[in-house]
Design a protein around this ligand. Structure first.
Ligand SMILES: Nc1ncnc2c1ncn2[C@@H]1O[C@H](COP(=O)(O)OP(=O)(O)O)[C@@H](O)[C@H]1O
Ligand SMILES: [Mg+2]
Length: 298
């Protein structure tokens, strides 16, 4: 069942398809995405929070018509949550039904019945092996622990998982896989070696203006330019949490909601909460007088 992943004609064709969903990828990212599809290699996206890692995977699925499947990683994520689990309540009901029917099955037959595929709950990694075409997003893999990385590596290497009671379940068409990391820790070399690596940087000002305008058509070119320029100046300071694209978009949305057409310093100051999330950062930005020039175009 299912069909092969549709391969775009070129990185540029993929970038154009992504742009139609509102996601703007530069050449490097479009090439990484293209190669991931073409070579069947997972792409490992690393970068600061808010630079567009998660939304790249979502946009890739939308642009190619593939099913998006997401696994959000966290500390303590286990195989039962990532791969598969047995549907215990349904297994119990089945046992009861057998009893009620007065069937005297021998234990071995009964056990085989209980470990039937229909009682298996496919968690994201297993679901990705049995859905095609699909984009599997393993999000924030740096938050999971070593044990989980080992499952992931095995699943990515073989495009299969082994369920002890059932045997091996292999993908007919392996998923296009995107792994992301905010780099709160280094992910193991073994996992990285399997992947194409791409560092996703903050966009330059021109690209950021284009992204803001793509996401918020209501924002004027002038305001988008002022927001991108002020955000870029903030990133040059040594902040605890430098604003990402997400924050630039939020800021522009807040300004549009206030009916602003121009980023006057007082308004910039009043709306800082859309961009900065730490009191220390707000103070640093004020002290550096970044907002005095907020009304300037880039
Ligand atoms: N290149 C881009 N094109 C369009 N939107 C973007 C781009 N980069 C980021 N965004 C937007 O910024 C926000 C944050 O992106 P996200 O993917 O959640 O970042 P990350 O996963 O890196 O933390 C999302 O709303 C996303 O749509
Ligand atoms: Mg993310």
């Amino acid at each position: 069942m299912g069909s092969a992943f549709p391969v775009p004609e070129s990185p540029a064709a993929l970038a154009a398809a992504l742009a139609r969903t509102g996601y703007l990828a530069d050449d490097g990212l479009a090439t990484a995405g293209y190669l991931a599809i073409r070579l069947g290699r997972p792409v490992f996206l690393e970068g600061d929070a808010g630079v567009g890692k998660t939304s790249f995977a979502t946009a890739l699925a939308e642009a190619t018509g593939a099913t998006p499947i997401r696994l959000q990683c966290y500390e303590g994520l286990s195989a039962a949550q990532a791969l598969y689990d047995w549907d215990f309540p349904r297994q119990l009901l089945h046992l009861r039904a057998v009893q009620a029917a007065g069937r005297d099955a021998d234990p071995a037959t009964l056990e085989a019945e209980l470990y039937d595929r229909r009682f298996l709950i496919a968690r994201p990694l297993l679901a990705a092996l049995t859905t095609s075409p699909c984009v599997l997003l393993v999000d924030e893999v740096d938050r999971a622990d070593d044990e989980f990385e080992a499952y992931l590596l095995e699943m990515l290497s073989d495009a299969a998982v082994t369920v002890p009671e059932l045997g091996r379940i292999a993908a007919e068409y392996p998923p296009v896989t995107v792994l992301t990391s905010n780099r709160t820790r280094e992910v193991h070399d073994a996992l990285k070696r399997r992947c194409l690596y791409h560092w996703l940087d903050h966009p330059d000002t021109e690209q950021e203006i284009a992204i803001v305008r793509s996401r918020l058509p209501a924002v004027s070119a002038r305001l988008a330019g002022q927001v991108a320029a002020a955000t870029a100046r903030m990133r040059a300071l040594d902040l605890l949490k430098p604003p990402g694209v997400a924050e630039a978009i939020d800021w522009a949305a807040a300004l549009v909601a206030l009916g602003a057409t121009d980023l006057a310093p007082a308004l910039a100051d009043a709306t800082l909460g859309a961009v900065l999330k730490y009191r220390e950062d707000t103070e640093r930005v004020r002290a550096a007088a970044v907002l005095d020039a907020a009304g300037d175009a880039p």
